[in-house]
Design a protein around this ligand. Structure first.
Ligand code: MN
Ligand code: MN
Length: 358
């Protein structure tokens, strides 16, 4: 029934009212984020028609090729969120330093961190990409934020979410009271609540990992994957399917709907880089959402949201998904530490077998 549909704005204001914290400030911020995501969705949707596919010809602070749409999305997030007085500062994957609120605008009480376009290497092949965001409270509301103000663990997030630009444009949101999914109704330009209180299924038969890195994995990850691949006749006594989209938002959404586990573990490919994904604007917000939906998120050893950040663009190993699977992967890591894994837990994997050939 169209008149019973709940818009994102209504949802935010009503849920704030119910917990007695309705200042309007926070709902204003979320509205601005949602509007920026609609601008990005519109740009992505036009693709080659707007001449915005392909490389921008430069690299970002991470040494990654910047796509034109990375820069368009970064600009949409910065300009859409800097003016309203909700923020003391911003930080983006595409900007080396924190982003100051221009002097022309008032400063507020929140900090916004974002990955403006996650999965952007997929943009030219028309695979789902997204925008990830994380909101922290500024320790010094109203003052210009410093880098140190941002370096808070994920447990301090007051809100996290991501937009997914797929066959449908969706917004997935948590403010610490569960996870809700909204679908963009293009006809009226509003996000509508379509997936209330998402819960990750506990039972899963899917895992996602970039198997081309197998030779660089640590033994606990090799063991976990090997046991999945062994299927019905192996120690897990069931068959698994393997998934890999190389788009964190798309993987996270699949896991929210269907369960499963995602791994971008620590590996030995680049010793200077303990993981691939960025703590502050990828792993933390996704972890907050996943935990709020009943799942788990870890480095393999510790809860992601407990990691004390040391720098803005810090990378971490990242494992998340159905809680029992994440707990199992953590256990394999703990058993392996110091090489004191118990004999009965030792799998043939600790020998030198490969994923695809024995
Ligand atoms: Mn990303
Ligand atoms: Mn990105």
């Amino acid at each position: 029934m169209p008149d019973q549909r709940i818009t994102l704005t209504q949802f935010i204001i009503e849920s704030q009212r119910s917990c007695g914290k309705a200042t309007g400030d926070f709902s204003g911020l979320l509205n601005d984020i949602a509007t920026a995501c609609k601008v990005i969705a519109n740009n992505i949707g036009r693709g080659a028609l707007a001449g915005t596919l392909g490389s921008a010809g430069g690299q970002n602070v991470q040494g990654e090729e910047q796509k034109q749409l990375d820069l368009i999305a970064d600009s949409a997030m910065r300009h859409g969120n800097q003016w309203a007085g909700h923020l003391a500062g911003m930080a983006s994957e595409e900007q080396e330093d924190i982003i100051a609120i221009p002097d022309a605008f008032p400063r507020g009480r929140y900090l916004l961190l974002f990955d403006p376009l996650d999965g952007s290497s997929n943009i030219d092949v028309n695979i789902a990409v997204g925008t990830i965001f994380s909101v922290l409270k500024s320790p010094r509301p109203g003052a210009a934020a410093s880098l140190e103000d941002f370096l808070q663990p994920g447990t301090e997030q007051v809100c996290a979410g991501f937009a997914l630009y797929g066959p449908q444009t969706m917004l997935i949101l948590t403010t610490g009271q569960g996870v809700n999914g909204f679908t963009l109704d293009h006809g009226i330009g509003e996000f509508i609540l379509t997936h209330p209180l998402l819960r990750i299924p506990e039972e899963t038969q899917e895992f996602a990992i970039n198997a081309s890195n197998e030779r660089f994995w640590e033994p606990p990850v090799q063991r976990y994957v090997e046991e999945c691949l062994a299927g019905k006749s192996g120690p897990r006594s069931k068959d698994f399917n393997m998934r890999w989209i190389a788009s964190l938002v798309a993987e996270a959404y699949r896991i929210l709907i269907r369960g499963g586990v995602f791994m971008y573990p620590r590996d030995s490919k680049n010793p200077k880089q303990p993981g691939r994904l960025r703590l502050m604007y990828e792993a933390n917000p996704i972890s907050f959402i996943i935990e709020q939906a009943g799942g788990g998120a870890s480095t393999g050893h510790n809860r992601i949201m407990s990691v004390l950040p040391e720098s803005l663009h810090q990378r971490v190993p990242f494992v998340f998904g159905s809680k029992r699977e994440v707990e199992r992967i953590n256990r394999y890591h703990h058993e392996y530490v110091g090489g004191n894994e118990r004999e009965e837990d030792r799998s043939p994997l600790f020998a030198t077998r490969s994923l695809f050939r024995n």
